[in-house]
Design a protein around this ligand. Structure first.
Ligand code: NAD
Length: 308
């Protein structure tokens, strides 16, 4: 679907998860790659799989939160390939403990900000400078649905860092718009990866997440990849400073989808949610009270019924 022949793509956090999926997809589309993460062995395995698809691949280990590592990785990658056309700022960490903000420790908060926000800034700055000198490029920041609002999952460090990354996307999109460098965000909903597997699969949270998602399911890595490749490609040539949500409608629904509304039952012969979706929570009492609809609208008021 996409053609990245002759393009060089740098992907952070490419050793597993979404970053690995992006690397394989860009290799399939003809790109050459600069892959980075902290673990050399895992990264090399992804690099080998991409080389098998015909890509020229540079593997450079480094920690995105260490400025000197970022400078070294970008320099080595640009030297090896002669240029960097696309940066995918993907490396990220989260915290699944569900700690309320008033109990959240400074160390975890600062670590998350250092990787998810400051690390992405280091890469955007280093690659951005190179792209500006080179006459153009495209940066895709992987943010999250949690970047654009509050939620009930208690991830204050992550929400703050991703919100910052989204606003940085808007800022860089404007700053570099007239110099050929586009900067956009992809904001995924919940996708099963190493980051989310313990909560989604092991704890069964995927059912709850599905219940609050209008599409009634979590997402696939390929669905995020498609959005990243579109924004990275020349097909998105007039798009910068944009946030592409890949979240099954979650952000649009503003959380209203968890329990299907009672009018879905009143109108069962013309279903408004044509799936076999079962709500996960027990239904509240007012559901029983309203089972037959609204008196006077869906059935006669008691006094009307008495005079009939
Ligand atoms: P993951 O944990 O499976 O993979 C994260 C990747 O980042 C790994 O390659 C890891 O080695 C790398 N990484 C972590 N810290 C690093 C550091 N300090 N330096 C260099 N590399 C580092 O996570 P994922 O689910 O693939 O997430 C990828 C991105 O997508 C993250 O930014 C994440 O916040 C975001 N995201 C994920 C989801 C989801 O549901 N999986 C949803 C929204 C956003």
């Amino acid at each position: 679907m996409f053609d990245f022949n002759g393009k060089t793509v740098l992907i952070t956090g490419a050793s597993y998860g979404l970053g690995e999926a992006f690397a394989l997809a860009f290799a399939d589309a003809g790109a050459n790659l600069i892959l980075t993460a902290r673990s050399g062995d895992l990264l090399e395995a992804v690099g080998e799989a991409c080389r098998a698809k015909g890509a020229k691949v540079t593997v450079e280990t480094g920690d995105v939160s260490i400025e000197a590592d970022v400078v070294r990785v970008v320099k080595a990658g640009a030297a090896e390939h002669g240029k960097i056309d696309v940066l995918v700022n993907n490396a990220g960490i989260a915290d699944l403990r569900g700690l309320a903000a008033e109990h959240f420790d400074a160390e975890t908060f600062n670590n998350i900000v250092a990787v998810d926000l400051t690390g992405a800034f280091y890469y955007a700055r280093e690659c951005g400078r190179h792209m500006l000198q080179n006459g153009g490029g495209s940066i895709v920041n992987i943010t999250s649905i949690m970047a654009s609002g509050g939620n009930e999952v208690n991830v204050i460090g992550y929400s703050a860092a991703k919100g910052g990354l989204l606003n940085m996307t808007y800022q860089l999109g404007c700053e570099w718009a007239d110099r050929g460098v586009r900067v956009n965000a992809v904001s995924p909903g919940f996708i099963v990866t190493e980051m989310t597997r313990p909560a989604l699969e092991a704890m069964g949270m995927d059912k709850w997440i599905s219940s609050r998602t209008p599409m009634r399911r979590v997402g696939e890595a390929q669905e995020v990849t498609n959005a990243v490749m579109f924004l990275a490609s020349d097909l998105a040539s007039y798009i910068t400073g944009a946030d592409l949500l890949v979240d099954g409608g979650t952000n649009a629904s503003r959380g209203t989808f968890q329990i299907p509304p009672i009018h879905h039952e009143w109108n069962a012969d013309t279903p408004m949610v044509p799936t076999d979706y079962e709500p996960v929570a027990p239904r509240p009492d007012w559901y029983q009270a309203l089972e037959g609809g609204i008196p006077g609208i869906h059935y006669p008021l008691p006094e009307e019924a008495a005079t009939e």
